[in-house]
Design a protein around this ligand. Structure first.
Ligand code: GLN
Length: 298
């Protein structure tokens, strides 16, 4: 049996070089994640012990992963995971990889929670919005009796969401139980029975013509249906806003993530549908990112 052992620093640097040559933006960081994924060696340990070594299996696994990443397969599809709101989410090619920008939507929604609320996450994908909202609402804000519904048109996406919910929230729970949840397949509100106090959504919003300008990781590996917002990018905002008024409780809230140049149009859609107190929140980069409003029939 071969016992060849290689120096971790040498291997790490060779991986960075291969990723840089492939045009990977965060080559150094991605190589870290892959090194840690195969060997458990953290960045701190790597610096503290310059002569750390990898055995031949670890080295081969590392370079196999680096070669996949060099083909612009997203890091998250290699490790199977993306952190969101501090929680680990399982991901695969059937769901949009959760983005840090979307945490702003969850933060805003957290501020709106009240005991016993029914929450609907439209186009739930990996379930990251709904699940982190229920979990943080329960564990960080101590809000009792939240019940969440996630819908998506993709059955494969719902399997990912279900898996994440079981792992992060435990059992499915009942409607009355804190942290209870369900997922249902349907075209937007098609199967979303009942009324909701809070409707959240990060729908597909890229203009069809702009999809081809995205990074290869996004363009080729995030699901096309999770990106495509049709000609003007507003297709789903239009439909969700119009259809939401039949599914929102008196005084209920609608909250969207939007593209940086869409907030004004989405505000207008909410106002036309009868929402009031319409507002825009900017992300850490100073770009418009979240639009929300409240609904009263009377
Ligand atoms: N709601 C999921 C997310 O924010 C999926 C969104 C989508 O597929 N457009 O990550």
């Amino acid at each position: 049996m071969k016992q060849r052992i290689s120096n971790a620093q040498k291997i790490y640097k060779e991986g960075v070089r291969l990723l840089e040559d492939a045009g990977v933006e965060e080559a150094g960081l991605d190589a870290w994640h892959l090194l840690e994924h195969v060997s458990g060696i953290t960045r701190a340990a790597y610096y503290a012990h310059p002569d750390l070594e990898l055995d031949v299996e670890q080295e081969e696994a590392y370079f196999a992963y680096v070669r996949r990443r060099a083909r612009r397969i997203p890091l998250q599809h290699i490790t199977g995971e993306q952190e969101f709101m501090g929680y680990p989410f399982y991901v695969n090619g059937h769901v949009l990889i959760p983005r840090q920008d979307t945490e702003l939507l969850v933060e805003e929604a957290l501020g709106m929670l009240a005991p016993g609320m029914r929450i609907l996450d439209m186009c739930t994908g990996s379930g990251c919005i709904l699940i982190s909202l229920l979990k943080a609402g329960r564990e960080r804000r101590h809000i009792a009796g939240l019940y969440g519904t996630g819908t998506d048109i993709s059955q494969e996406a719902l399997q990912v969401a279900e898996r994440n919910a079981r792992r992060l929230l435990g059992g499915r729970g009942t409607e009355e139980e804190a942290g209870g949840f369900r997922f249902c397949r349907g075209d937007l509100f098609e199967n979303a029975e009942g009324k909701y106090d809070l409707i959240v959504s990060n729908p597909p919003y890229i203009r069809t013509q702009e999809i081809k300008k995205l990074q290869p990781e996004v363009q080729c590996h995030d699901p096309y249906i999770a990106l495509d917002g049709r000609d003007d990018g507003l297709h789903y905002y239009r439909r969700i806003t119009a259809e939401s008024t039949a599914h929102i409780t008196e005084g209920g809230h609608l909250l969207f993530e939007t593209g940086h140049d869409q907030a004004e149009d989405v505000c207008a859609l909410l106002e036309q549908a009868g929402y009031h107190g319409v507002f825009v929140k900017k992300d850490l980069a100073g770009l418009d990112r979240v639009v929300g409003g409240s609904y009263n029939r009377t």
